[in-house]
Design a binder for this molecule. Structure first.
Ligand SMILES: [Fe+2]
Length: 235
């Protein structure tokens, strides 16, 4: 089983995990997937140790796409490994970062991952301490992602990203939540993915609310924890 949820921001938004009975019953064959802003690779010190220890004590394996609030200098210093068809940073034996533009095969589901987004408050953040330019995808990462999708004939079962495609932000999310539409490279690139890729369901995080967009089979996740295959919320 793969359960998926939105941003956790270190320990700040972890109650949704700690309080779910379904997650407490998961085994070593199961996974928890976080759609970015994992926040466990931040200061390289005891803050991170405590968070990684929390997840490493769980029977299941924790997977995360990167958000915009990760320490990318540290994250990119972990060794890259091939795992279930895609590239990961192995943070611990129980915590893996699913890198951008990869397609994994987990429990017979193909899952395309693409983390990253623009921080709306980056003007108030400090380079290398609370903000890293790698939060936004590079042209090379976007190109590689498209190459990998092409190898799969632009068909995957699930898409897991931090941001949402720009057109969905503009037409669906903004209509309900009145967000500012920003010049976000990740959102713009994901629009190209939306145009070309056939998928069963798309999950993203980043916006800090939960929202279902049925006409795109699209779920914005924050507090909800969902069983990936069914799209049903778990208790
Ligand atoms: Fe966040």
């Amino acid at each position: 089983m793969i359960c998926i949820t939105g941003d956790t921001h270190g320990f700040n938004d972890i109650d949704k995990i700690a309080l779910k009975k379904t997650l407490a019953s998961l085994t070593e064959n199961d996974y928890l997937l976080i759609t970015g802003d994992f926040g466990g690779i931040w200061d390289g010190g005891t803050h991170d140790e405590d968070i990684l220890d929390y997840y490493s004590r769980k029977p299941y394996t924790t997977l995360f796409a990167d958000g915009n609030h990760e320490n990318f200098y540290l994250l990119n210093s972990f060794p890259v490994e091939q795992w279930n068809g895609g590239k990961i940073h192995r943070v611990t034996d129980k915590v893996f970062h699913l890198m951008r533009g990869q397609i994994f095969n987990i429990e017979n589901m193909s899952i395309f991952t693409f983390g990253g987004a623009l921080s709306i408050d980056k003007a108030y953040r400090t380079l290398g301490e609370s903000w890293w330019p790698e939060e936004e995808p590079s042209e090379e990462e976007c190109m590689k992602a498209m190459e990998n999708l092409e190898k799969h004939d632009f068909i995957v079962d699930y898409i897991v990203t931090h941001a949402a495609p720009e057109s969905i932000v503009r037409n669906e999310i903004n209509a309900a939540h009145k967000l500012l539409c920003l010049d976000c490279c990740a959102e713009k690139f994901l629009d190209k993915v939306l145009e070309r890729v056939v998928y069963r369901r798309w999950y993203c995080g980043h916006y800090h609310f939960d929202m279902n967009i049925p006409n795109h089979r699209f779920s914005v996740l924050y507090q909800h924890v969902v069983e990936m295959r069914s799209g049903e919320r778990v208790k």
